[in-house]
Design a protein around this ligand. Structure first.
Ligand SMILES: [Zn+2]
Length: 626
């Protein structure tokens, strides 16, 4: 029996290999824990829940919103946010909210409900989870690049860093490294340590070749490991050597910096470079300096500005603001002269205001970035600049006034609008009123006119709800017919066998829904239940779990309509699959015709006729049924 379950789970989990699964907690124990916990009790321990019919509702803890779209179902023991698609069972909630790994979430809930986990399991699963393996690979990779930099191979790179004023101890502290010119240096190194190449691909370190096989992602570049708050290596940034790029490619076209892609460990916009080293200094000074690039961070840090982090070029996200908020409420943004004058750049700072933080701006003189500024003018002058940072309100107003004449009425309206966008983000009514008063004075307009304008933009979406945010995920975008059928099966187990007689998983066009359906079919065949909160354990994949939760929480369908709805859905999926098949055959026939492949053409034509006939037969059959 246990073997069955393990096999089943291996087949349906796409994020874990068989070996990774071997040390895992048995499914029946996971189910036991889930049947004893109450998800409403768990979640309401973190956020206030309000009853809404059969379910509970709340403001989503995973994205910023003003109207609640986060739902918890006591009947199905799942949660789902219709705003950001976060969702899952009690384990998922702890993983997301407390940032635990799966085994830790299991342990926490097991303790809570008094289920004892098998002895010795703890060690096993900790060392075998995918996340743990990826951390391990990153650590080995960082060490490999670091060793490279200090070998004859990395001589040129090392010379370059030293020439730029980065000293030996800084190089060591940041574990800077060098990726050589070879296409497979890292691959060969890690292969010798018997590391699976597909794991390297998951870690974003290698790319697959067209004809099969892999090659190193980073070549002939200086490597900057990116650390998380616990100083574990999450990902890598890589910079070209200024003199060699042209030698290698024949022209200077390679981008200056490339970064790891997103991986299960590394999600862009969720962390800040250097926070692991800077957090104590940030807390002590009660403010943080934010710069953009690796070197803009490293040089001031080396010279003594310890309360600093780098955003790594991407627009700041709500998640990054909240990360900072754990240590301080005060932010100083340092921009190059070009960026500081851009309204788009300044607008992103409203995120901090929305989070109730204060933000100041420093702009460096033309042609300087923080790295160059500190090298040329010294850290003393840099600190001086920081001390002179201007409040965002004042700074933005100054930029706007220098751009538009306040004598012109149209320009006044434009300036007010830009300023009101920022003022609108203040949650504190007193601050809001104070800034309105000041703006009225500065522009010499009436306060009530500004208030009137403010009320017009009031309905604008909160910053964190806008598409550009790291925390807001894309909609799941699933064919509604497929989603509806899944919902119906989850509601009524008896339907699964009925649907199984008429559809196969491949009839579902979305790979994720096909996986859910295939899992449900298998479980029902084994006489197991398919409650959504337990189904999620088998899949262990975020977006597939989200589909289950969303389908479950869709509005009920009245029972008198149900049968028609089901038959309609089945028919639609069948037609769709047939249509795709036909299209595909049609393409093949055209190609065969073009190439003059007589024999193949005949075979394809026959297939095509069969398909059409099959379809006609089916239509006739359906007509007989109804
Ligand atoms: Zn949400």
């Amino acid at each position: 029996m246990t073997k069955d379950i393990t096999e089943l789970r291996n087949r349906h989990r796409n994020r874990y290999t068989k070996d990774e699964m071997a040390g895992r907690i048995p499914e029946n124990i996971l189910e036991d824990i889930l049947s004893r916990v109450d998800i409403v009790e768990i979640i309401s321990g973190y956020i206030p829940l309000k009853r809404a019919g059969r379910n509970f509702r709340a403001l989503c803890p995973f994205h910023h919103e003003k109207t609640p779209s986060f739902m918890v179902s006591p009947d199905r023991q799942i949660y789902h946010c219709f705003g950001c698609q976060a969702g899952g069972n009690a384990f998922n909630f702890l993983i997301q909210y407390e940032r635990l790994e799966f085994p830790e979430a299991v342990e926490t809930l097991a303790k809570k409900v008094g289920v004892s986990l098998p002895q010795g399991q703890k060690q096993d699963y900790k060392t075998t989870s995918l996340i743990t393996q990826l951390y391990k690979i990153n650590e080995l990779t960082a060490l490999f690049y670091e060793t490279n930099l200090n070998s004859s191979n990395g001589l040129e790179a090392k010379k370059y860093l030293l020439k730029r004023g980065i000293n030996e101890s800084t190089i060591k502290l940041f574990k800077l490294g060098y990726a050589s010119r070879n296409w497979d240096a890292l691959i060969n190194h890690l292969r010798n340590k018997t590391i699976n190449l597909s794991l390297l691909e998951k870690a974003g370190l290698v790319l697959s070749k067209e004809g099969g096989g892999y090659y190193d992602r980073f070549r002939d570049r200086i490597i900057f490991p990116i650390f998380d708050i616990k100083s574990r290596v999450l990902a890598f940034g890589a910079r070209v050597l200024p003199d060699t790029s042209s030698k290698v490619t024949g022209e200077d076209t390679s981008p200056k910096y490339i970064n790891s892609p997103e991986t299960p460990l590394y999600i862009k916009g969720r962390n800040l470079y250097g926070l692991n080293l800077a957090r104590d200094a940030i807390r002590e000074n009660d403010y943080v300096v934010i710069v953009e690039g690796y070197l803009d961070f490293i040089m001031p840090y080396q010279e003594g500005q310890k309360n600093i982090v780098a955003s790594l070029g991407t627009a700041l996200t709500t998640e990054q603001a909240r990360l900072i908020k754990r240590y301080t409420h005060n932010v100083v943004m340092v921009y190059d002269a070009d960026d500081a004058g851009q309204m788009a750049t300044l607008r992103t700072l409203d995120i901090f205001i929305e989070e109730g933080m204060t933000v100041k701006v420093v702009s460096l003189p033309e042609g300087f970035d923080p790295d160059l500024f500190v090298r040329k003018n010294g850290i003393g002058n840099f600190k001086e600049k920081i001390n002179q940072a201007e409040n965002l309100f004042d700074y933005k107003l100054k930029v706007l006034k220098s751009r538009y004449s306040t004598k012109d009425i149209e320009a006044k309206a434009l300036i007010s609008f830009e300023m009101l966008l920022t003022i609108n983000r203040f949650k504190n009514a007193i601050l809001k009123a104070e800034y309105i008063k000041r703006l009225a004075q500065e522009l010499d307009v009436r306060e009530d006119a500004l208030l009137q304008e403010l009320s017009k933009i009031k309905k604008a979406k909160p910053y964190s709800d806008l598409g550009a945010q790291g925390s807001t995920k894309k909609a799941l975008n699933i064919n509604p017919t497929e989603k509806l059928l899944i919902k119906l099966m989850l509601e009524e187990e008896a339907l699964v066998s009925h649907i199984r007689e008429r559809l196969e998983p491949a009839d579902f066009q979305d790979e994720r829904t096909a996986r859910i359906v295939s899992l449900m079919f298998d479980l029902i065949e084994q006489g197991k239940n398919i409650e959504p909160n337990k189904l999620i354990n088998y899949l262990n994949d975020e977006s597939t779990s989200q589909i289950i939760c969303e389908s479950t929480l869709l509005p009920q369908i009245s029972s008198e309509n149900k049968e028609n709805v089901i038959n309609d859905c089945i028919q639609r999926l069948k037609n769709e699959r047939l249509r795709i098949k036909k299209e595909h055959l049609h393409e093949q026939i055209k190609t065969a015709e073009g190439l003059g492949e007589e024999e193949k053409l005949n075979r394809l034509m026959q297939e095509f006729h069969c398909l059409i006939k099959e379809r006609q037969d089916k239509i006739n059959e359906e007509e007989r049924i109804y």
